[in-house]
Design a binder for this molecule. Structure first.
Ligand SMILES: NC(=O)c1ccc[n+]([C@@H]2O[C@H](COP(=O)([O-])OP(=O)(O)OC[C@H]3O[C@@H](n4cnc5c(N)ncnc54)[C@H](O)[C@@H]3O)[C@@H](O)[C@H]2O)c1
Ligand SMILES: O=C(O)C[C@H](O)C(=O)O
Ligand SMILES: [Mg+2]
Length: 473
């Protein structure tokens, strides 16, 4: 169930109502008061801000029940989530102040000209003399934003700003949101190439399938900085990390399990590829029209690729049919597609990762009693399988070793690193994946990614902490 935090600004007329009555009305309507601030005290009346934690579905009735109390005026209702977005969530800060003319002539003209000339003579110096080495573009066209779909570039911005915040807070990477007002593959490629000189890496985000595949492949070929479509590979990496640990909990081996992946878009394609690379031998990819089967013919090039793989099952069926006897369900599709009866028909000790955002394929309350390990992409339930565990550390590593690409061995190394943060002793049904606030995650992912980049020859710089020992200290 989704909860919100509301701030209710109320004026209370003391002769008609006391605070106790207000508090019990809130509680009867299902709200939990988390704080009270007196905004204007007074003899006859007072104004207070009451912060209430309440289920989304109970919000309207809570507000109505307060309005119906005599002696109360509801002045304002603010949603704390919206308040957190006022004016946007990030800003650009200078690294040093400009206090006098001397500073001015150093950071700007005339001093800056010598630095420009130096970069012109040796373009590699852009890495040491500009923000390039630590800056990533988070680029979307707004066509597959979370599970909300094609909501356009303006509406996509809050997600991109959120990713930029996470890049900075978790890995010290400066990320900038770029929301493009075009859905044309060639124009997107051209635009990203044109803006790339200032960036050390490109994080593609929420670009719908199948255009996302060509956009990423072409950019990776044509640019000399890493290009990473987070919804494809970030998601696949975190799924593999979670699955490696979940399989340990249920005592099954990856080669033996039957895996259903629902939603063969950006995330689903990459997850299927990585599952096959990790050893899955029985795979059932499913999209809107049911299972994608071995030997089938599909217009979508990635679906066709899957249909040509020997590990993909050849039995057709709807999701509700093919989920029978599955050991693992991975959902990267959309909300509310399964119910309790569906997951009950899975094999014993089943694993369900219902990762559609913001609402998963099955409500946690409905699934949890019937499955052994359950995870979502959300932060308000145990086992948050979200690509936020991946992109900060992967880019931290790629930037630090100036990797030209983020390749398969780097991704697999990242998945293993994330899984390894949960020790065998700590591992259980409720804890298969580390918290995003576990500082070891970025450290371990960075280290493993750099090692893999060096080994595969894509690193163009050995970071200082890898120089003497041949590995991170
Ligand atoms: N938890 C995470 O880290 C994470 C990461 C990436 C994506 N996601 C979520 O996964 C979902 C898909 O994201 P994406 O970027 O791959 O989007 P996408 O648009 O590229 O792919 C979605 C796919 O789901 C399919 N689909 C839609 N309805 C379906 C249905 N009823 N049954 C089966 N398939 C259906 C679509 O045809 C499409 O192929 C979104 O909800 C997104 O929020 C979660
Ligand atoms: O943004 C997220 O929470 C994860 C993911 O990138 C998604 O598109 O849902
Ligand atoms: Mg996304």
């Amino acid at each position: 169930m989704a909860f919100n935090s509301l701030i209710l600004r109320l004026e209370l007329v003391h002769s008609k109502v006391n605070f106790g009555e207000v508090a019990s009305a809130i509680s009867r309507a299902g709200g939990d008061i988390t704080s009270i601030d007196v905004i204007r005290p007074g003899q006859d009346s007072s104004v207070r801000d009451i912060t209430v934690h309440v289920a989304e579905i109970a919000e309207a009735s809570l507000i109505e029940s307060l309005k119906s109390l005599a002696g109360i005026q509801l002045i304002n209702v603010s949603d704390r989530t919206f308040l957190a977005h006022l004016g946007g969530k990030i800003s650009v800060q200078p690294n040093l102040p400009i206090k006098n003319r001397d500073d001015l002539s150093r950071v700007y003209t005339p001093g800056v000209a010598r630095v420009c000339t130096s970069i012109h003579e040796n373009p590699k110096k852009a890495y040491s003399l500009t923000i390039k080495r630590n800056t990533v573009a988070v680029v979307t066209d707004g066509t597959a934003v979370l599970g909300l779909g094609d909501i356009g570039p303006h509406a996509a911005a809050p997600v991109m700003e959120g990713k930029a915040m996470l890049f900075k807070q978790l890995a010290g990477v400066d990320a900038f949101p770029i929301c493009l007002d075009t859905k044309d593959t060639e124009e997107i490629i051209r635009t990203i190439k044109a803006i790339s000189p200032i960036f050390g890496g490109i994080n593609l985000e929420d670009i719908s399938s199948p255009r996302c595949f060509e956009i990423e492949t072409r950019l990776a070929e044509e640019l000399d900085i890493p290009v990473f479509h987070d919804d494809q590979h970030g998601t696949a990496v975190v799924v593999i990390a979670g699955l490696l640990n979940a399989l340990k909990v249920v005592g099954k081996r990856i080669e033996n399990v039957r895996v259903v992946v629902n939603g063969i878009g950006a995330a689903g394609v990459s997850i299927c590829k990585m599952l096959l690379a990790a050893g899955v031998s029985r795979l059932v990819p499913v999209d809107r029209d049911g299972a994608i089967i071995q030997g089938g013919t599909y217009p979508h090039p990635m679906w066709q690729w899957l249909a040509d793989q020997p590990q993909v099952e050849s039995q057709p069926g709807t999701l509700k049919e093919v989920i029978r006897d599955a050991d693992v369900f991975i959902g990267v599709s959309r909300a509310n597609l399964l119910n309790a009866a569906d997951v009950q028909r899975m094999a014993a000790n089943s694993i369900v990762f219902a990762m559609a955002n913001p609402q998963p394929e099955i409500a946690p309350e409905e699934a949890i009693p019937h499955v052994r390990v359950f995870a979502t992409g959300r932060s308000d339930y145990p086992n948050q399988i979200n690509n936020v565990l991946v992109f900060p550390g992967i880019f931290r590593g790629a930037l630090d070793c100036r990797a030209r690409h983020i390749n398969e061995p780097m991704k697999l190394a990242a998945a293993r690193a994330i899984a390894s943060v949960v020790s065998e002793r700590e591992l259980n049904e409720q804890y298969i994946i580390p918290s995003i606030f576990n500082e070891q995650v970025v450290t371990e992912v960075r280290k493993s990614v750099i090692e893999a980049a060096i080994l595969t020859g894509t690193a163009r710089r050995i970071p200082p902490d890898f120089r003497s020992s041949g590995g991170a200290k």
